[in-house]
Ligand binder design. Structure first.
Ligand code: TPP
Length: 792
């Protein structure tokens, strides 16, 4: 390693820049007045509530200052990800120093008044959060919930060959499952067509009140671990600023040159051997440059530096105020800011300019770069449905060719990818592999299928990883789809939360441009886990999703393939939402022609007149949402119409679940009058629902007829059994649905009672038959809708 990367002058300037960032960070945590310490510090200058995380901040300030240097030296297109996002003061302070913060928020100007605003807005009512939040320019990562920095970083660089992401990873964060698996992302990165991630593991030794695992294993063990993950770690260690500046600068030059060499070899010499990408381990004290000892306890370099290291208030020891002043003055603010409060020109020039500033890089405001997808006409992929109930090969198998052509049409622009934990095939999207393989840089052997160094499909058996990659990809202005088993999407519940929160916050930030929606395709759903059984049966993700702000969440339950195509086309064109689409992959009856599907999906909910006979008035509404519930409702209706012909039945199908809510709760909500006209004001509604039944009650509890809505859905009864038996176990089968209706329709009288007994016997027959034969009864397997259509 070279010993003199930095001239003395540059080193001193970088140190001053770092001190300025540290000064601003302490100011954000503590001060509400006297921002330049032009007068002696008094308690009235100090915030009443001291909030924020100091521990990680000086290390991140150090990294940011040094990344600025290499951005300028190598003209890098670089963004910064703060894994320990609680280091908000660092990213806010640095974007302020480089000028981007004041451009976005002119009130936080580059003068004394602006400094005061910068300090008072931080962790303050009506101000900004203490994390690297959406409000902070340059951020695509909140980092409040630890674990996702590295997968976000990789998502950002896929198909961005010119981009480098400086990704700071907390050593605590590195203990999380998502981060631990994210190291493997390097087996999926194409050195020609993708950019590079520079992980900087911030080994400051502690989490909140514990040491970190990685800080308490030997250097050899840590090196072996990181090398085992395929990285080449470079260590920068110490606490003496001058030595650390030189070490960091030399190491950064080394790793940037190494990244360039790898890219050059691959791009110009065609060497596609999987490289060992470089990374940095920065071993610096937690709370570096902060108070050394407070009230007799060591602070710097210990877990005690994690949050606010020094309490300053009317009730704290009086000397604390002086200690805070001395701490802030140790950064020598008069050398850093001019009398007006502006960063001195010789320091300001250390930051990159224009879009090269990490706070201004357009990749971190992905909507700026977002281009519409080229979309094939989904109608051309539809199934002919000569009559309701005609067979289909499995709805996702019909969707596959559509997604294949989306991938194909956007192959040249390289802005669409499919993500999933090895389920593209098993979820029925095999057609995609006709045009693109899975991207895979690790070894391949003769019998492998659909693996290549470059492809549109990203598959790793980590839902966290798929979600994180996709989020990073979307946040930098591209499009994508996550296809997953319905039960296991719960693994990323919390990541979904964070993304939905991000979308809600960014909706209120006019400078943040809209990004493409996060689309989930949940196939292999609860009702068809024939060979997987109970562990694979969980439709609860949608319960979780609807907790989030209505303006960002959408849930679709297309009943057949043509509806699935229509819904997916809509989702892929949409912006700033999370769309959840649940669909089946097994052969299933089809109900709507493409024309009818488009109308139905556009309305999101509607009466299926062809299945209803209530033109002269309605006795009962048979409602359904989801492919299997739709099948069972229609089978129930055909039994009722055959055996109880006087009964006037209306069939309502729901594709867009959010239509059930009042418009005051969700933008898709049906006005009450429309809801009443669909579901009546006073007639029984038997509702077969894809997921847990109480969600329907939750969505409709304010509706006039809510007391008459009786929902059947999954109630946690399951095992390895036949498809029909799954509905029987949960009382959502056609026989139970009819019995439910009869119980609520006294006018069915003796006929109803008689039918009820027949159906009860049927259920017994079903049980005996499946036990003896291991499959559903022929009348179930071969059931078809045979009633004349359009009788309503
Ligand atoms: C998933 C998750 N679990 C727990 C926390 C609570 N938490 C906040 S900061 C922190 C310690 C972080 O340690 P590290 O990643 O090393 O960051 P640093 O030491 O640089 O602050 C924890 C556990 C969290 N934010 N996210």
């Amino acid at each position: 390693m070279k010993t003199k990367t930095l001239t003395k002058d540059t080193l001193q300037k970088i140190d001053a820049y770092w001190r300025a960032a540290n000064y601003l960070s302490v100011g954000q945590i503590y001060l509400r007045g006297n921002p330049l310490l032009t007068e002696p510090l008094r308690l009235e200058h100090v915030k009443h509530m001291l909030l924020g995380h100091w521990g990680t901040t000086p290390g991140q300030n150090f990294i940011y200052a040094h990344l600025n240097r290499v951005i300028k030296k190598y003209d890098l297109d670089m963004i910064y990800i703060a894994g320990p996002g609680h280091g908000g003061p660092a990213v806010v302070g640095n974007t302020y120093l480089e000028g981007t913060y004041s451009e976005v928020y002119p009130d936080v100007s580059r003068d004394e008044a602006g400094l005061k605003r910068l300090f008072t807005q931080f962790s303050y009512p009506g101000g900004i959060p203490s994390h690297a939040s959406a409000e902070c320019p340059g951020s695509i990562h909140e980092g409040g919930e630890l674990g996702y920095s590295l997968s976000h970083a990789f998502g950002a660089v896929f198909d961005n060959p010119g981009l480098v992401v400086g990704c700071v990873i907390g050593d605590g964060e590195a203990e999380t499952g998502p981060l631990a698996t994210a190291w493997h992302s390097n087996k999926f990165l194409n050195a020609v067509t993708d950019g590079a991630v520079l992980p900087i593991l911030h080994l400051n030794g502690f989490k909140i009140s514990n040491p970190t695992v990685l800080a308490r294993i030997s250097r050899d063990e840590l090196t072996e671990l990181l090398s085992g993950y395929g990285w080449t770690p470079y260590f920068v260690e110490g606490h003496v600023p001058e030595l650390m500046h030189e070490a960091m600068a030399a190491t950064l030059d080394l790793v940037i040159e190494e990244i360039r060499r790898i890219q050059l070899e691959a791009r110009h010499k065609g060497d596609m051997t999987r490289p060992r990408w470089p990374m940095i381990v920065l071993n610096s004290p937690k709370g570096w440059t902060g108070p050394k000892v407070v009230d007799g306890l060591k602070i710097e370099g210990t877990f005690r530096a994690h949050q606010v290291p020094l309490l300053v208030s009317a009730s704290s020891p009086p000397e604390h105020l002086g200690m805070l002043e001395a701490w802030m003055k140790s950064y020598r603010p008069s050398e850093l800011f001019d009398a007006g409060g502006r960063l001195k020109a010789e320091l300001a020039e250390l930051a990159p300019t224009g879009d090269r500033r990490m706070g201004a890089n357009p990749h971190a405001n992905g909507g700026i770069l977002l281009r519409d997808l080229r979309m094939p006409d989904f109608r051309e992929y539809g199934l002919a449905v000569p009559q309701p109930g005609s067979g289909g090969p499995g709805d996702t198998h019909v969707l596959g060719p559509f997604l294949r052509d989306v991938a194909k049409l956007n192959a040249a622009t390289r802005n669409f990818r499919l993500f999933g934990p090895d389920e593209t095939l098993s979820n029925g999207l095999e057609a995609v592999f006709e045009v693109t393989p899975r991207q895979w840089e690790a070894t391949t052997v003769k019998d492998d299928e659909f693996l290549a160094p470059d492809g549109r499909v990203m598959e790793m058996l980590s839902e966290h990883q798929c979600e994180g990659w996709l989020e990073g990809y979307l946040l930098t202005g591209r499009h994508g789809l996550f296809n997953c088993y319905e039960a296991f999407i719960h693994i990323i519940d919390s990541m979904f939360n964070q993304h939905a929160k991000w979308l809600k916050v960014t909706n209120k930030l006019p400078w943040r441009r809209k990004i493409s929606s996060l689309n989930y395709l949940l196939a292999s759903h609860v009702w068809r886990q024939d060979h997987n059984g109970f562990t694979h049966q969980d439709p609860g993700f949608i319960d979780h999703v609807v907790n989030k702000k209505a303006e960002v969440v959408r849930v679709y339950l297309p009943p057949d393939a043509n509806c699935l195509l229509s819904v997916m086309d809509h989702c892929l064109r949409s912006r700033q939402y999370v769309n959840v689409v649940v669909a089946g992959k097994h052969p299933a009856p089809q109900w709507l022609s493409m024309e009818a599907a488009v109308v139905h999906c556009t309305e999101g909910i509607g009466v299926w007149r062809w299945a209803s006979n209530d033109a002269a008035g309605t006795d009962v509404v048979m409602a359904c949402a989801g492919d299997v519930p739709t099948l069972e409702i229609l089978a129930a209706v055909s039994i009722m119409r055959e055996h109880l012909p006087k009964l006037r039945i209306r069939v309502v199908n729901v594709v867009d679940l959010m239509r059930l809510q009042p418009p005051s709760e969700h933008p898709h909500g049906l006005p009450d009058a429309d809801f009443d006209s669909l579901f009546t004001k006073d007639k029984p509604v038997i509702f077969a629902f894809h997921a847990y039944p109480w969600l329907i009650h939750r969505l409709t509890y304010r509706r006039t007829n809510h007391d008459n809505i009786h929902v059947r859905g999954y109630k946690e009864e399951g095992t390895i059994t036949t498809p029909f038996d799954m509905t029987v176990l949960n009382d959502m089968d056609r026989f139970h649905l009819v019995m439910d209706a009869i119980d609520r329709l006294p006018q069915t009288g003796a006929e109803g009672a008689n039918l009820r007994q027949i159906l009860w016997d049927k259920l017994m027959e079903h049980r005996q038959y499946i036990n003896a034969n291991g499959q559903d009864m022929p009348e179930i397997r071969n059931w078809k809708w045979t009633l004349p259509v359009g009788t309503s």
